[in-house]
Design a protein around this ligand. Structure first.
Ligand SMILES: N[C@@H](CCC(=O)N[C@@H](CSO)C(=O)NCC(=O)O)C(=O)O
Length: 218
């Protein structure tokens, strides 16, 4: 059977989320670049894979998926083993907590982190000026989220319990870029969060994808 295909390139945070799951399970896959410079993400072929004209899209045989967290869940379910069970499948309570914290990441953490990334990394490239007030508002929201994370991580090694899950790994792409930005020091006030992030960033799969994120132009 042909290897799974991920459409997009590693520097895009939502693509990197899928890649880290594939690397954690050690599955074979092809990464098919989608060139934004020529609006390939809006081409009919990509719209057929992702109706929003975004990356990532994903193909496994006749199955086409989009939305990075849904793709991640698919590959983690398909390749679940005793050793690699990043959705905590088979344990109703643990898997429910993975869902809770993955929703928190998607709906509370990611939006504020992406807002800061956009202002610092995208607006200047588009010829605009970083909106410092908007960044400060986002940082204020981020601190409230990190207060919750610090409390949770004082009780458990990882967000959904004492074993790492997708809920943890889903945080790394945006955080990787955030740590290169002026407000990275925000995390210094949250020692357990900082230790948790260092733990995640030390994982071989994360290190490999971080390297891929830095290699390609996009
Ligand atoms: N909820 C979706 C978001 C995809 C997305 O915004 N992709 C971006 C690049 S990655 O940050 C994208 O394709 N932007 C181009 C566009 O929106 O036109 C997911 O998780 O897959």
């Amino acid at each position: 059977m042909a290897p799974m295909k991920v459409f997009g390139s590693a520097p895009f945070t939502n693509v990197a989320r899928v890649l880290v799951c594939l690397e954690e399970i050690g599955a074979e896959y092809d990464l098919v670049d989608i060139d934004f410079h020529v609006k390939q993400h809006k081409a009919p072929e990509q719209l057929a894979r992702n109706p929003f004209g975004q990356v990532p899209a994903f193909q496994d045989g006749d199955l086409l998926l989009f939305q990075s967290r849904a793709i991640s869940r698919y590959v983690l379910r398909k390749y679940k083993t005793e050793e690699v069970n990043l959705l905590r499948e088979g344990n109703l309570e643990e898997s429910a907590l993975v869902d809770v914290w993955l929703d928190v990441e998607a709906l509370q953490f990611d939006p504020v982190m992406h807002s800061v990334f956009y202002q610092h990394r995208v607006v200047p490239v588009l010829g605009g000026t970083t909106d410092a007030k908007m960044v400060e508002v986002s940082i204020g929201k981020l601190k409230k989220v990190l207060d919750v994370y610090e409390a949770q991580l004082s009780k458990h090694r990882y967000l959904a319990g004492d074993l790492v899950s997708l809920a943890d790994l889903s945080h790394f792409p945006e955080t990787h870029y955030f740590m290169e930005m002026p407000h990275a020091a925000v995390f210094d006030s949250y020692p357990r969060v900082k230790a948790w992030l260092e733990d995640l960033m030390s994982r071989p799969a994360v290190k490999k994808v971080v390297k891929m994120m830095g290699q390609e132009t996009h």
